[in-house]
Design a protein around this ligand. Structure first.
Ligand code: P1T
Length: 389
């Protein structure tokens, strides 16, 4: 094969080949799982770049190379969960730092920020889809970091990344984008000016619902080193085996995202025309309030849909326990379709009053549309609608 530069390849090629080079020693096409905790040194302090797996591991290094390439970043860190990425990123800012955070984020992020990290850091929640509100918060607080989730979980609100990052820069505030819902296939926040991007790898990146993991990507060496120092000191480094599973799952990320979106588009339209549905939220629908921003900054609309059922908690519960192909479970982004009730499940840690204020009502249902055959998915939903009629 002629010499080629992996950097110039399309992302669909990168997911398969970056960090996936054949093993130098044996030619094995699949990377070895370096299931080891430590590494032999030839004399004290003399080693091959690997001392202890909490610090570095060759399988994890391969995954980090791949992750960095997908977000066009110089550096990536793979950790044992999305929540550990959030914890270490905030901790890297230093005691007393202020973080401005979107008002609709994953319930676990909200819980982490408002019940644990709030003892050491200050969090200010704003609706980041409104630049005026963001600017007001930046003006009133000396914030170090703006935390954006876009699209948000579960309401799929979209923030204009480029515009909002520019605003934050004006106030010397850095920006982190939680890009979990889009995956690197559909959105690349670093290209839009963000300082950091994170993913819960548990979702689309791994894609097979068999790993919990998180990753952080950045172009800034000093911040990468700060977060790595915390990872090495505190310990939530991704394990060799889970790193390997993600390297395996990630190969089909580009093709999976296409299929997730293809199915989600059909289901969003189906729901929008359904008499038993109050309203549907999907970035690909013209009715989505930030549809034009979505078209501009995203390369696809993704596989997540939320909708408000006509009815209350009773109808929602019946609907959720009638579907069969859509599995009733927390999480998202796997090849199999999932369904859940944010108010009772993923966002239960947010006080009811706060939930209601932002629109997480008792008739809100969230779908993670998988890549099964579309006819089977529609038939499953049909059955549930008939059951609550
Ligand atoms: O579960 P973990 O890998 O720690 O990632 C947390 C996380 C971070 N950011 C976003 C946008 C997320 O959706 C999540 C996890 N979310 C779910 C488990 C869920 O069902 O929404």
């Amino acid at each position: 094969m002629k010499h080629h530069d992996l950097k110039t390849f399309d992302i669909a090629t990168k997911v398969i080949h970056v960090g996936g080079e054949p093993d130098k020693e044996t030619g094995a096409i699949m990377p070895p799982i370096f299931q080891t905790s430590t590494y032999v040194q030839s004399s004290p302090g003399k080693h091959k770049g690997y001392e202890y797996t909490r610090s570095h591991n060759p399988t994890r290094t391969r995954l980090e190379k791949n992750l960095a390439a997908l977000e066009g970043a110089k550096y990536a860190l793979a950790m044992s969960s999305g929540m550990s990425v959030a914890t270490l990123m905030v901790s890297a800012l230093g005691e007393g730092a202020t973080i401005i955070c979107g008002d609709d984020v994953y319930g676990g992020t909200y819980r982490l920020f408002t019940t644990i990290l709030n003892k050491t850091y200050k969090f200010v929640f704003v609706d980041t889809t409104d630049p005026k509100k963001v600017e007001h918060a930046l003006k009133t607080h000396d914030a170090s970091l703006l935390w954006l989730e876009t699209p948000t979980n579960p309401l799929l609100k979209i923030t204009d990344i480029k515009k909002t990052v520019a605003l934050a820069k004006k106030y010397k505030c850095m920006t982190m984008v939680d890009n979990t819902f889009m995956s690197p296939i559909f959105q690349n926040p670093l290209d839009l000016g963000a300082d950091f991007v994170m993913h819960s790898m548990t979702k689309y990146i791994n894609g097979h619902s068999d790993v919990v993991g998180g990753c952080l990507m950045t172009n800034q060496k000093a911040w990468y080193e700060k977060v790595w120092y915390l990872q090495n000191s505190i310990g939530p480094s991704q394990s060799p085996f889970d790193s390997w599973l993600v390297l395996r799952g990630i190969k089909t990320l580009a093709i999976r995202m296409r299929e997730h979106e293809r199915n989600a588009k059909v289901i969003a339209k189906y729901l929008e025309s359904h008499k038993q549905v109050e309203s549907v939220v999907y970035p690909g629908l013209k009715s989505h309030p930030q549809h034009s921003i979505a078209k501009k900054q995203m390369k696809g609309f993704g596989g997540m849909i939320t909708f408000y059922l006509k009815g209350g908690v009773k109808e929602s519960k019946k609907f959720l326990s009638t579907v069969k192909l859509f599995a009733l479970a927390e999480s998202l982004g796997g090849v199999e379709s999932l369904i859940e009730h944010p108010g009772i499940m993923t966002h239960a840690s947010i006080p009811k009053k706060v939930r209601e204020e932002i629109g997480i009502h008792d008739n809100l249902i969230r779908l993670s549309v998988g890549i099964e055959h579309i006819d089977d998915l529609i038939a499953d939903l049909d059955k549930a609608f008939k059951a609550i009629k």
